[in-house]
Design a protein around this ligand. Sequence first.
Ligand SMILES: [Zn+2]
Length: 197
Amino acid sequence: MTRCLDCGAERTADQCAACGLTSAAAEVMFRRRFLKRTAVFLGGSLAFPYISQIYPPLDLDWMLVFFGVLFFVALAVAVVLDRRARSRQDLEVLKRIYAGFIPLPLILAATIFINGKLDSKSNVTYHPTTVDSRYNMPGIVRGTRRIFVRSWRDGQRYERLAVDADDYDRFRPGDPVFVGVEPGALGIPWYYGVYRH
Ligand SMILES: [Zn+2]
């Protein structure tokens, strides 16, 4: 049994009885929608790392791992979709799975944005701690810079602060510092700034 690539109805002849498209026209329609969805997914995927540098959650690195897995699974689904469309195979299940992935980066980005944007500056709490080490990985866009400090949270040894280039250069291991943390409007604590004692 074959299904129409565009509307998903069962197809017995080359022309779909439900939407009237031939298999070639249905593939064109499918590809058009596929490209639009992929563009939305990639847009969100660019927004998430960008916004997470403006309002970096304390647990940013775990979120980036989660985001990375999500990104590559969606990419794998997209590649399989493309191949199956080319050979005119049934796409219905994969199409639905892919559609589920499309809004996720945007939702993640919007969550981090609202969490930081709606938070008030008067909520900042300052935790005294000590710089333990630093980590710098040059990247294509802005790179990854982390200052590791001893944690003030229960059950956590270190905090990995997503600092900018200035803060990264200002501090050395052993420096006593205050770390400013905002509680987050949605309850996701985020890193506000690091200051000298
Ligand atoms: Zn159809």
